[in-house]
Design a protein around this ligand. Structure first.
Ligand SMILES: [Zn+2]
Length: 329
């Protein structure tokens, strides 16, 4: 006998924008939901600045401070899986065009105070051999390997690949790096490499991932501090309308477990959030989350949220599941 429809794993997209997604994951346990959250946050590859050479710095910020701020700038890097070789697998030593991107940041405040932002960073062209113009001569293989060709071909399909977010499109503001007083100057050369957030958070495509479950606290996983009336002082979340509170006179079910998770993720701009969700549905993650790759995925706008339906809904064109009603449980 097959499992009832309400207990089968499924995912329903409630709101999807370029840098934000809100979906309901149901029919799974909490460890599964948390594994998915961690995979979205830590396993998707992006580019981030990893080596910084400070040639001049007379600003008030120490070299290490500047290097840290530069590393945290999100770089537009969709399709990063194929668009760059892992530096550890590359034939170069200090970085080449196949495994990295070189940038330069050179600003001087001549007559007045200058605010240096991510828009002042320029991407440097590699020389014809793909060598770092700032490094000593490197020995690259004569063979243009398949991975190298794939990297270049993939990068060619992504206009603006590697640009700091804000330069790649005009919808976000540049990121402030440092203010230079009159006469101060910085000159920095840096390299971005492919990485994942398990190594360092700067490679995370998401700035925040969270989920809520059991909005009525039926499972009593938390206890609310209150002064007079817990219900009045702790208003229910918008997700409470999708579940029913257990009547107060009903005996507590010690065996009941959470099986519906209201997940939200916010992107840094490095990769579209829709691509992050799609990525963890493909191998090798589909083997780690066997049922997730085959989850029925549907899109429906959440009427209570102020956002309009997303134009990215075509990305989720797998067979639709049933829509959750308020009384579906
Ligand atoms: Zn290389």
């Amino acid at each position: 006998m097959s499992a009832p429809e309400s207990s089968r794993p499924r995912i329903q997209i409630r709101n999807l924008q370029k840098d934000k997604v809100d979906f309901v994951l149901s029919g799974v346990d909490m460890s599964y939901a948390n594994s998915l959250r961690r995979a979205m946050m830590a396993d998707v590859k992006t580019m981030a600045i990893d080596t910084v050479s400070i040639l001049k710095n007379t600003s008030v910020l120490a070299d290490e401070f500047l290097a840290h701020r530069l590393g945290l700038i999100p770089l537009y890097s969709p399709k990063c899986e194929d668009a760059a070789i892992w530096h550890m697998n590359c034939v170069c030593t200090e970085g080449c065009k196949y495994c990295s991107i070189t940038y330069k940041l050179s600003v001087k405040a001549h007559n007045q105070r200058v605010v240096v932002t991510s828009n002042d960073i320029s991407m440097e062209r590699e020389n014809e051999e793909g060598q770092n113009p700032y490094a000593e001569q490197e020995q690259l293989s004569d063979d243009d390997t398949r991975a190298q060709r794939t990297a270049m071909e993939t990068r060619a399909t992504v206009p603006g690949f590697g640009l700091p977010v804000g330069q790649s499109e005009n919808t976000s503001k540049p990121i402030y790096l440092v203010k230079l007083a009159k006469g101060q100057e910085i000159e920095i050369v840096m390299r971005a490499f492919k990485g994942i957030s398990k190594t360092h958070a700067k490679w995370s495509p998401l700035s925040a991932v969270s989920f809520e479950y059991d909005p009525h606290n039926n499972l009593r996983h938390t206890s609310y501090w209150y002064e007079d009336d817990a219900k009045a002082e702790w208003p229910l979340s918008v997700n409470a309308q999708h579940e029913q509170p257990v009547p107060e006179n009903e005996p507590f079910d010690y065996m009941k477990e959470a099986d519906k998770f209201y997940m939200e993720a916010e992107g840094t701009g490095a990769v579209d959030v829709a691509d992050v969700v799609s990525y963890v549905r493909r191998p090798p993650f589909s083997s780690r989350f066997p049922s997730f790759s085959s989850l029925p995925l549907s899109f429906f706008p959440q009427p209570d949220l102020p956002h309009p339906p997303s134009p990215f809904s075509h990305l989720f064109s797998l067979p639709c599941s049933h829509r959750v009603s308020k009384n579906s449980r």
